[in-house]
Design a protein around this ligand. Structure first.
Ligand SMILES: *[C@@H]1O[C@H](CO)[C@@H](O)[C@H](O)[C@H]1NC(C)=O
Ligand SMILES: *[C@@H]1O[C@H](CO)[C@@H](O)[C@H](O)[C@H]1NC(C)=O
Length: 261
């Protein structure tokens, strides 16, 4: 049994790394690793329940796993530097609307997850998770009595057994087919946050097709940058609605020229 489990877990991890780390067409710098534990927890208050269909064996979710987590080297190094910098400035890892704030208040520096969660949020990174039916997972916590559990709670999942597989564990969908979820388990559409004008331009080309409404905020952008951006929108047949707000937080609501309103 143990040998079987090990063999299938190693094969799975190998296929995952070959596919989503070493294969350039499926690599994304936004993916920081993979969790082998069963996804159960949603840290955003008032978040959705984790619900996925039977066909989804792999998906992306922001939350870090606490047992069986694989971390890719570059994001991990980034995190260590980010942590040292924030710690030296006396910053705390609080993030609005997250239950992990309470953990930090209770446990302080004894746990690293609130820090990592905030770092991942600030970078917009995601983790690969598995979704096998019948509470199956590639790593299981036995939840013995100790620091985290007052009394033994028993295994949180069933260890995946290769002999009872009813699907192909090693079939790795292209990254573009996978769904992405944030800390509230809301589906997010990746590649739709633009930090430069070029990125905004390419986002526009994709959303143009489905006539989406865009909400754009410009923080401290120069007049030239703003005019340039609005010009991009007009070229893509969008018209803008400027919403002036106090505190200098102005919004541009970008609407398709026809269809809506
Ligand atoms: C998903 O699995 C459940 C429980 O095993 C089953 O009842 C349902 O029919 C399955 N749905 C699909 C689309 O396969
Ligand atoms: C890399 O990924 C693409 C897209 O999923 C796939 O078509 C291709 O066969 C993969 N290449 C290798 C060497 O596995």
């Amino acid at each position: 049994m143990i040998w079987k489990f090990r063999r299938c877990f190693i094969k799975f991890v190998r296929a995952l790394i070959v596919n989503y780390y070493y294969n350039a067409s499926n690599f994304s710098p936004s993916v920081y690793g993979a969790s082998l534990q069963r996804p159960r927890f949603v840290p955003g208050k008032h978040g959705n329940k984790i619900q996925l269909d039977n066909e989804t064996h792999l998906f992306l979710y922001q939350l870090v796993g606490t047992w069986g987590q694989i971390l890719f080297p570059k994001p991990w190094k980034e995190f260590r530097l980010w942590y040292d910098l924030h710690k030296s400035k006396g910053i705390k890892p609080f993030l609005d609307g997250m239950v992990t704030n309470g953990w930090y208040k209770r446990m302080g520096e004894r746990i690293w997850t609130p820090w990592f969660i905030k770092f991942i949020y600030s970078r917009g990174y995601f983790n690969i998770y598995t979704n096998f039916q019948h509470e199956r997972a590639l790593s299981v916590s036995h939840r013995d009595a100790g620091v985290n559990y007052g009394k033994t709670a028993g295994p949180d999942s069933q260890l995946l057994d290769e002999s009872s597989l009813d699907f192909n564990l090693l079939e790795m969908q292209p990254l573009s087919n996978l769904k992405w979820y944030d800390y509230c388990f809301r589906e997010v559409l990746p590649g739709r946050v633009g930090r430069t004008l070029d990125e905004v331009g390419s986002i526009l080309q994709t959303v143009q097709k489905d006539r989406s409404v865009l909400l754009v905020t410009i923080f401290g952008g120069s007049g030239t940058l703003t005019r340039n951006m609005l010009c991009h929108f007009r070229e893509a047949k969008y018209k803008e609605l400027y919403i002036d707000r106090p505190l200098g937080l102005n919004f541009y609501l970008i609407l398709p020229e026809e269809g809506i309103l």
